[in-house]
Design a protein around this ligand. Structure first.
Ligand SMILES: NC(=O)c1ccc[n+]([C@@H]2O[C@H](COP(=O)([O-])OP(=O)(O)OC[C@H]3O[C@@H](n4cnc5c(N)ncnc54)[C@H](O)[C@@H]3O)[C@@H](O)[C@H]2O)c1
Length: 249
């Protein structure tokens, strides 16, 4: 199926490792130029750019903290200047800092909300300014099933992920008349650096929850994101699509 993504350009936040790098490479594989941002993973970010270029597309890595409003504006402007256009934003950069509520510090709460929720606001807003003027654009925000069901010891993370869903539904309403689709992908457990911090006992529990008996790969999440970035999904907006092997039915 030709997704018609050839010649489009995309920004993927947190695109240096994990799910973000799989999304960046999948978009490049469909013909998109791709800009990623990174905070600390410069070597990995440069490697993703090299692989994007090996696919015959332009790649760009920008050091930018997603929690910074100024950095987001700079990153989106740089992508537009470098590629001459911007068609797609995938907000993916995220962190966890788990703990039960009676042990959770203010710092734990603030950091997760600042990166996950404010970070998505920063990039959605900056891209919306471009998309509204050009009267087209696709936004895909990576949330989590834990933003839909809550999670033990993840009050900060689950709240941020629920906030991303509410942000996305609101923007779908605001931007629909400008031909901009805003959707959410909500993965279950995916074995990345983030998941490797989870104790084995909790991983076993999550595995038991899946009805397919396995976790998704980052590439499987990327396949769904690519579809939502294409015009094949043009009548889908304000939607939250789980990709979790039935972990949360
Ligand atoms: N792995 C899972 O089980 C899982 C499940 C559901 C949802 N998710 C979501 O998927 C997304 C990607 O997660 P992942 O598993 O690939 O995690 P990961 O830890 O492998 O990657 C996270 C990325 O975000 C970047 N990042 C973190 N803080 C940043 C900041 N302040 N500024 C810029 N970049 C920053 C990191 O550098 C990294 O590139 C996250 O939004 C996460 O919440 C992951």
């Amino acid at each position: 199926m030709d997704l018609g993504l050839g010649g489009k350009s995309a920004v993927v936040t947190g695109g240096s490792v994990g799910i973000g790098s799989a999304i960046a490479l999948a978009l490049a594989g469909e013909g998109c130029d791709v800009a990623i941002n990174y905070r600390r993973h410069k070597v990995e970010a440069d490697e993703v750019v090299r692989r994007v270029e090996a696919l015959g597309r332009r790649g760009l890595a920008v050091q930018a903290d997603v929690a910074s409003f100024q950095d987001a504006g700079r990153m989106i402007r740089t992508a537009v200047e470098t590629f001459g256009r911007l068609d797609i934003l995938v907000c993916n950069a995220g962190v966890t800092w788990d703990g039960v509520i009676w042990k959770m510090t203010e710092q734990q709460w603030d950091q997760v909300i600042n990166v996950n929720l404010k970070g998505y606001f920063n990039y959605n807003r900056a891209a919306a300014l471009v998309f509204k003027d050009q009267k087209s654009g696709k936004i895909v925000n990576i949330s989590s099933i834990n933003g839909m069901r809550g999670k033990f010891a993840q009050a900060n993370y689950a709240a941020s992920k629920a906030g991303e869903i509410a942000l996305s539904k609101s923007l779908a309403r605001e931007l629909g008349k400008f031909n901009v689709n805003v959707n959410v992908v909500a993965p279950g457990l995916v074995m990345t650096e983030m998941a490797r911090e989870i104790p084995q006992e909790f991983l076993n529990k999550a595995m038991d929850e899946t009805v397919l008996g396995r976790f998704a790969s980052p590439e499987e999440v990327a396949d769904l994101v690519v579809y939502l970035c294409s015009d094949r999904s043009r009548h889908i907006t304000g939607e939250v699509i789980k990709i979790d092997g039935g972990q949360y039915i």
